[in-house]
Ligand binder design. Structure first.
Ligand code: OAK
Length: 791
């Protein structure tokens, strides 16, 4: 079907010829698939044209290597980017199908844990919008991030099965397969070094086109799937060993079977290292093949190829590239190093010590015997410049991927201004002193197509009506909204959009979750992975303290508030899982309290994912960004909320600092210690208990939890949490409590003045244009990659 045909014709043709149905017999999934194929056809034309243009231009290409791409659903993204919303709605309506229901039938591709993976997905979309020739490389996990449900308030994990339903977006590429080796031995004959792996699996490519705004360009997300070279062992089968006959295939497939569910926690597991090498080696092979076909001369590699390492997970790219150039292509070690460094750059996404990847050298050497030798050689070459050997990548029988990435990269970047400065003064201090121009900052951003135009059509409509549509790929144009904000008629419409969005979320919560809430309440939202540094427990402690206060004085003029939570805890992170249970337990008691019911409700929505974020963010009044200062590298949810008109209650952490600077201090509810004060406070002996004693509200909230008020049958259920908070409190929940409380009461007071609040919200929207991932990607193109737009 050619895209010049109407969408209607295209859908009907796909229903009939791709799925063998007529409209009378098509089920929901058929409609979803036929619509997806009709949209995909159009994307495919843009994609093939972009590929041709890239070849013809001989331009430099960008390769984004990431273990995670949290892309979510793709159908709406395609429809919105191709501006087919009205047409798609009309066709479905004609056949009695609801547009939203059809979109919601698509499984949410959760091939990532959180921030790092979602950022990669926003970047892909911006790369296409900007017409920068690029590929994303990742793993085609059969099971993405687990599905979360709650049983008696506790998180229960189930496997995620996104590929069990039909998936419209990928093109299998059976002709693109590479053999990836592990283990074995290294053979040295004079100058010639060869690695003979003991185990080999095949990586097969699956391509998903990623379309940009108005379909002007489309890039490729290429995901690798593991398979056996000889999928079936006929000999074993003939001897009656039927299970054994299928074993090679099962083993090879485990490599791309599941996404590791740990967010910012390093696990050091063998399969994980295999996955990292599998992705990286397959991607590099593919990159070199493409380069070879077009250019040939390897010395030109840095001029034509920019490879971005999304955190250290693909850090093995450094030694692997050196191995291919040196061992296989015969370049000298020094030249191989220089070429590799000319291509590679590395983004750091966290300074949490538990996230900094290190590998036990025995495990590493067993799996990648040649790479560990090369890493030693890279390290000793680098040590000549670095006699102190501080920050060596090879100490304590470990291989340190952060140091390796730093040394192998021409640029290293942080993801917010504060984070980048902290990189220079903490983990990478010595390396930064040695290479003072290597670290640069690229503050994160989010794609306005998904995170405003698609998820918040009411607000997008009002904006376009007011300032035209150019904001969609030039988000700073939102500044043009500022003059409208003084017009009360316009401001009332802005406020009405938020009210309508809240009503829509309320209806959905009632239908899908059986939760009934009053949409007039202040919707106070904290959605993100569960982690002590993100301090969901600070939020629930304040909620409990507030509840107690309402009970003391139920006739006061309280601001009604709905506390909304969403987020998953890593399955092995028991403290985080306890926080989830605490929130759910507190919700059960507080929601059932008739005294406080008009003023306070709590809901923890299960299975937080990209699609749920798209529902919740447009309906939020208040954005909770309350991490311990110095711990959240950037945050990107914070940007989505501000853009959608939810002011932040937050600390001076990550990109909050820059959000506050952009939206204005008067439109941001600041509280808490600064990163410097945090470091000082930790030195105060007994800081936690001192903070508890200084604040009777905090004391009371902790007592309510400790004394089992919420769970009389098991009074010490949360002993772990209270003991931690009153004793160690590394993340300074207690020390920041009092100021958080103050900020929340300021929120209460501000929300009462409906117009003033709407103004604050609208200014957040108008001044968040800088947080577009288009701006971020331009920064990478200019400062790091030296890449050009081909539009
Ligand atoms: C995940 C695994 C290892 C290291 C870092 C992460 C991660 O998700 N980090 C997050 O990256 C986001 C994108 O840069 C930031 O916005 C978050 O602050 C950061 O925690």
């Amino acid at each position: 079907m050619t895209p010049t045909a109407s969408l209607r014709e295209s859908i009907l043709k796909h229903l009939r010829y791709s799925f063998g149905k007529d409209p009378e017999h098509a089920i929901l999934e058929d409609w979803r698939m036929a619509l997806s194929y009709a949209v995909r056809d159009r994307i495919t034309d843009a994609w093939i044209a972009a590929t041709g243009k890239t070849y013809d231009s001989g331009a430099k290409r960008v390769y984004y290597l990431s273990m995670e791409f949290l892309i979510g659903r793709l159908l709406e993204d395609g429809i919105v980017n191709l501006e087919l919303v009205d047409e798609a709605k009309a066709v479905l309506e004609e056949f009695g199908k609801d547009y939203g229901t059809v979109l919601a039938d698509e499984p949410d591709a959760a091939l990532g844990n959180g921030g790092l993976g979602r950022l990669a997905a926003c970047f892909l979309e911006s790369l296409s919008t900007l017409g920068c020739p690029a590929h994303g490389y990742g793993i085609r996990y059969e099971h993405g991030l687990f599905r979360q449900s709650f049983v008696d308030g506790r998180q229960v994990e189930q496997p995620e099965l996104w590929l069990e339903q039909r998936h419209a977006w990928e093109f299998e590429r059976p002709e693109v397969r590479y053999r990836i080796g592990f283990g074995g031995h290294v053979d040295k004959r004079g100058e010639t070094v060869r690695w003979y792996p003991g185990e080999v699996v095949e990586a097969e490519a699956f391509d998903t086109p990623v379309v940009g705004w108005k379909g002007r360009w489309a890039n490729t997300l290429r995901l690798w799937s593991g398979r056996a070279i000889h999928p079936f062992d006929l000999d074993r089968f003939n001897h009656g060993d039927f299970a054994g006959a299928a074993q090679p295939e099962a083993l090879a497939r485990t490599i791309s079977r599941v996404l590791y569910p740990d967010d910012t926690t390093e696990q050091g597991k063998e399969l994980r290292l295999k996955q990292e090498y599998f992705l990286t080696a397959a991607a590099l092979r593919d990159i070199l093949r493409r380069f070879n076909n077009q250019f040939g001369d390897l010395r030109k590699l840095p001029a034509k190829v920019a490879i971005q390492l999304n955190d250290t997970h693909p850090a093995i790219a450094g030694p692997e590239l050196v191995r291919v150039l040196h061992d296989e292509r015969g370049l000298s070690f020094e030249e191989s190093m220089e070429i590799a460094r000319g291509c590679l750059s590395y983004t750091n996404h966290t300074l949490l010590p538990e996230a900094l990847e290190t590998w036990d050298e025995a495990l590493f050497g067993r799996l990648l015997p040649r790479h560990i030798e090369l890493i030693d050689q890279i390290d000793s070459t680098h040590a000549k410049q670095n006699p102190s050997r501080l920050n060596s990548m090879r100490a304590d029988h470990q291989v340190k991927m952060g140091q390796l990435s730093f040394v192998m990269a021409h640029h290293v970047n942080g993801v917010s201004a504060l984070h980048t400065e902290l990189m220079k003064t903490t983990v990478f201090q010595e390396l930064h002193n040695l290479h003072p121009n290597r670290i640069v900052n690229e503050t994160n951003g989010v794609t306005p197509r998904r995170w405003l135009l698609a998820c918040n059509p009411r607000l997008a409509g009002l904006i376009t009506e007011s300032i035209g549509e150019d904001w969609v790929d030039d988000l700073e144009q939102l500044k043009k909204l500022e003059p409208f904000i003084d017009d009360t008629g316009w401001l009332d419409r802005y406020a009405q959009v938020k009210r309508d969005n809240k009503a829509e979320l309320s209806n959905w919560m009632a239908e899908a979750q059986g939760l009934h809430v009053d949409p007039e309440m202040l919707f106070d939202v904290q959605i993100k992975r569960l982690h002590e540094y993100k301090r969901q427990h600070l939020n629930i402690l304040e909620t409990i303290a507030h509840w107690a206060e309402i009970r003391d004085n139920p006739n006061a003029d309280w601001t009604p508030r709905l506390k909304l939570f969403g987020g998953k805890a890593a399955p092995g992170y028991f403290f985080a899982k306890d926080i989830i249970r605490l929130i759910n337990d507190a919700a059960a008691v507080i929601n059932a309290d008739p005294v406080t019911a008009p003023y306070l409700k709590i809901a923890f929505l299960p299975n937080y994912n990209v699609s749920l974020a798209e529902r919740m963010i447009p309906a939020a009044d208040l954005s909770e960004q309350i991490s311990t200062a110095g711990k959240e590298a950037s945050g990107t949810g914070n940007m989505k909320f501000a853009l959608n008109g939810a002011p932040t209650v937050g600390t001076l952490d990550g990109a909050n600092v820059e959000i506050r600077a952009h939206v204005g201090a008067e439109n941001f509810f600041l509280f808490g210690m600064t990163a410097e004060e945090v470091m000082e406070r930790r030195k105060v002996e007994g800081h936690a208990w001192k903070a508890v004693q200084a604040d009777p509200r905090l004391m009371r909230a902790l007592e309510l939890i400790r004394d089992g008020r919420f769970w009389p049958g098991e009074p010490d259920r949360y002993h772990g949490i209270t003991a931690n908070l009153e004793g160690a409190d590394y993340f300074l929940v207690c020390s920041d409590f009092t100021d958080y409380w103050r900020a929340q009461r300021e929120v209460d007071a501000a929300f009462k003045d409906t117009r003033a609040w709407a103004k604050m919200a609208a200014l957040n929207t108008a001044r968040s244009g800088w947080f577009s991932s288009d701006r971020t990607i331009r920064g990478y193109m200019n400062d790091i990659w030296g890449a050009e737009s081909l539009l």
